[in-house]
Ligand binder design. Structure first.
Ligand SMILES: Cc1cc2nc3c(=O)[nH]c(=O)nc-3n(C[C@H](O)[C@H](O)[C@H](O)COP(=O)(O)O)c2cc1C
Length: 134
């Protein structure tokens, strides 16, 4: 199994974001359960970060499909690590709303272009904490 973390910039129309994110989440919840994919999604109004965990090939195929989705852009795989146990029990939306604090952890991973401006481990810890709290 692997755990993949990606970040992206939202392309959702302002004003309609919340309803669209709910649509994304209900698709993802049903699909990911079928695929045996667990993980979590964070949405900050301007950016997304998502962790997907599951069998390597399943996660790769799902990631390829998500990357083609026009509802976001600059889709950037931050890291992908081999795991032998899951950190998430199911698939959850762990945060949805405006938050400069959360966004500050995502932005440098997207815009930093690998310059070391972002800390993937810190973002993973934050996403885990948000999922635990939700
Ligand atoms: C930020 C974001 C996260 C998404 N996460 C998932 C996901 O975890 N699982 C999933 O099946 N689809 C997810 N989707 C939706 C997929 O991109 C795609 O629309 C959906 O799987 C339906 O694919 P299809 O139209 O090829 O059948 C996500 C979309 C976005 C924009």
């Amino acid at each position: 199994m692997k755990s993949l973390l990606y970040a992206s910039a939202s392309a959702l129309a302002p004003g309609d974001e919340q309803a669209e994110v709910e649509r994304i989440v209900s698709t993802a919840r049903a699909r990911n359960a079928d695929l045996g994919v667990t993980g979590t999604l964070v949405f900050t109004r301007t950016r997304f970060a998502q962790i997907l965990e599951g069998a390597d090939g399943v996660v790769d195929a799902l990631m390829a499909r998500i990357a083609r989705d026009p509802r976001h852009e600059q889709v950037t795989v931050v890291d992908a690590i081999p795991i032998d146990r899951r950190m998430f029990d199911d698939w959850t939306l762990s945060y949805s709303g405006g938050s400069r604090y959360v966004d500050k952890h995502i932005a440098p991973l997207l815009d930093g272009g690998g310059s070391g401006g972002g800390d993937a481990r810190q973002l993973r810890r934050l996403m885990q904490a948000l999922a635990d709290a939700s």
